[in-house]
Design a protein around this ligand. Structure first.
Ligand code: S3P
Length: 178
């Protein structure tokens, strides 16, 4: 994929289990973009898991790390960023994303999210919420901000990772360009 098609970097936002990690990994593997998994990068720097950061340092500390990390991407290009599910909740973060590139919202139904995250132990905000209703409640609180932050959105239910990537590329640069 040429840099003419994506100005700057590509930020994938959306709820936990919306497919941000899988889609960004594909952009990295097949389209040669550099990959930044925000959660993994924060875990690497802090030398502890997300759950442990929440438990020992608190959510606010984690949110500050997210904001700092996004700040480092100013002027970047060719990076696909898999954002943590809460990253788009802060206006400052969204401003940083928009300054640095395109913001794409991946949507998924609560039932799809549940299937995708069923085995995950490292999502502190889903503790005690692993039901369609529990997920729907948090998702509905967040959805307006996700929608407002995004340049455009892609529904992911029932689609393969490749289909989702193609849809994103089409929306960015038109069907003829890849
Ligand atoms: C969070 C989502 C997680 C992780 C943390 C908080 C959220 O990332 O950043 O557990 O607030 O939605 P994923 O969306 O990659 O699971």
């Amino acid at each position: 994929m040429s840099q003419r098609e994506i100005q700057g970097s590509l930020f994938l936002i959306g709820f936990m289990g919306a497919g941000k990690s899988a889609v960004s990994a594909r952009f990295h593997e097949f389209y040669g973009m550099k990959l930044l998994e925000m959660d993994q990068e924060i875990e690497r720097r802090e030398k502890m898991s997300i759950s442990r950061i929440f438990r020992e340092k608190g959510e606010e500390y984690f949110r500050r790390l997210e904001t700092e990390l996004l700040g480092e991407l100013k002027g970047s290009s060719g990076i696909v960023v898999s954002c943590g599910g809460g990253a788009a909740m802060r206006d400052e973060n969204v401003r940083r994303m928009k300054e640095a590139g395109k913001v794409v919202l991946l949507r998924a139904e609560p039932e799809t999210v549940l299937q995708r995250i069923a085995d995950s132990e490292d999502r502190p905000l889903l503790q005690g919420r692993k039901t369609p209703q529990g997920i729907r409640e948090l998702m509905e609180q967040r959805q307006p901000r996700y929608e407002a932050a995004a340049d455009f959105a892609v529904d992911t239910d029932g689609k393969t990772v490749d289909q989702i990537c193609r849809e994103i590329l089409e929306k960015i640069s038109g069907p003829e360009s890849f």
